[in-house]
Write a protein that binds this ligand. Structure first.
Ligand code: HEM
Length: 385
């Protein structure tokens, strides 16, 4: 009997000690932003501010957009949040965002995303980094995949077939695939590496293109777009050429507006490489701190986009565009690590939209939900099945 009491007592004592340690640990961790005098979102044990993400209620992009909007409501230029116990710095003010992504790029050259080349092979190609000590295992923490599995399989087979075929036939057409094949050549990689120390680019990324995008416009927008496409093509003797596509201004606005609401990659993460004093403030972002520029948050900010959930291509007319800061629209990121496939991605998307709008009328199915739900296991926006 005494033994049972003793055992129970020991188990209770150990459990209490573990609980006290966990509470102490979190208390210390959650003091991080307070100590540095930065406004922050109140975290809770154990997920920090990431409860909705951990419960699979929303995606990583959506949760950071929410953080951005909550901090913006507090009227601050920047703020902090916690992913579990890890502090994350979130810039709100466009001037700070510009500094981090563009002029002070030296402090923030990498993304710090976890790469799992075995289970999620395309992740390595998208966001490869050099310095391993900067890796914050954010994707691993939340078990997120960078790319949907079906898309991954398709693109791996497609790229392999193209490369094998061209290598076998010694074919050179001077297009993007040629450049990518060239980059698989070790010597070219080394040259590139030498030119950009923090920069390892690897081929293939087409899966972010049109296939990921839905068309969210019905009615007037669609008619206007179809008319523009028809008229422009008629002027060009029905040729869908680079020039004819570039002439389609409304198409440009429609694609921009779609990427505003649904930026395929909804976050622009960075890792701080050396202590950085945020200009105009006393706050220091320490080396190793995770910085999250949230393009989705910026894109849904009512200060830049009144009635932000409404699909309205007119927001991208030259007058409207010039009325907001450039970094308020960054679906392709910004600065030295801006998306290298931007022009290709836009062109491919536009070609897809042209083919669809010329041949079909898009209407909403009764089953279509107004609020699109995205796959919570994936970083890149993928529609929930
Ligand atoms: C609509 C299509 C696309 C969107 C919205 C998109 C978006 C993005 C974003 C937000 C980034 C991060 C930029 C940053 O951190 O500042 C990125 C990086 C990148 N994208 Fe894209 N992308 C698209 C298409 C493509 C295509 C078609 C390719 C390749 C042919 C591509 C290749 C890359 C590469 C290699 C990077 C990493 C660049 C670096 O680290 O320096 N993307 N993309």
């Amino acid at each position: 009997m005494a033994d049972i009491f003793m055992a129970t007592y020991v188990i209770l004592a150990i459990s209490a000690a573990v609980c006290i340690f966990i509470l102490w640990f979190y208390k210390q961790a959650f003091n991080y932003w307070k100590k540095r005098g930065l406004e922050y979102l109140e975290p809770t044990i154990p997920f920090g501010n990431a409860v909705n993400l951990c419960m699979k209620r929303c995606t990583l992009g959506e949760i950071f957009a929410q953080f951005y909007l909550q901090l913006k409501k507090k009227g601050v230029k920047h703020g902090g949040a916690y992913l579990f116990w890890k502090p994350v710095y979130i810039p709100i003010d466009p001037n700070i965002i510009k500094k981090i992504l563009i002029s002070d790029f030296d402090y923030f050259p990498n993304r710090g995303l976890y790469i799992n080349e075995r289970d999620d092979p395309l992740s390595g190609h998208l966001f490869t980094m050099e310095n391993k000590e900067w890796k914050i295992y954010i994707l691993k923490m939340f078990k997120l995949r960078v790319i949907a599995r079906e898309a991954e399989r398709f693109f791996i087979v497609l790229s392999k077939n193209i490369m094998d075929y061209r290598k076998r036939k010694c074919l050179k057409t001077g297009d993007l695939a040629d450049t990518l094949i060239q980059l698989t050549n070790d010597n070219d990689q080394k040259k590139l590496h030498h030119m950009h120390k923090n920069y390892t680019m690897q081929p293939l990324n087409c899966n972010q293109v049109a296939s990921q995008m839905a068309v969210f416009f019905c009615g007037r927008c669609q008619i206007k777009l179809r008319n523009e496409i028809r008229e422009t093509l008629a002027k060009h003797y029905n040729g869908v050429t680079y020039d004819s596509v570039m002439e389609m201004k409304y198409l440009d606005w429609v694609v921009d507006e779609t990427l505003r609401l649904y930026p395929v990659l909804p976050i622009v993460p960075r890792i701080c490489e050396k202590d950085y004093k945020v200009p105009g403030t006393e706050v220091i972002i320490e080396k190793g701190c995770f910085v999250m520029v949230t393009n989705m948050g910026l894109h849904r900010d009512p200060e830049y986009y009144p009635d932000p959930d409404k699909f309205d291509p007119e927001r991208f007319s030259p007058e409207n565009k010039s009325s907001r800061p450039n970094v308020a629209y960054i679906p392709f990121g910004e600065g030295a690590r801006i998306c290298v496939g931007k022009r290709f991605g836009l062109l491919a998307t536009k070609l897809g939209v042209i083919a669809m709008i010329l041949n079909f009328e898009v209407t909403l199915n009764e089953k279509t939900t107004k609020q699109i739900k995205f796959e919570t296991n994936e970083l890149i926006f993928t529609k929930n099945k």
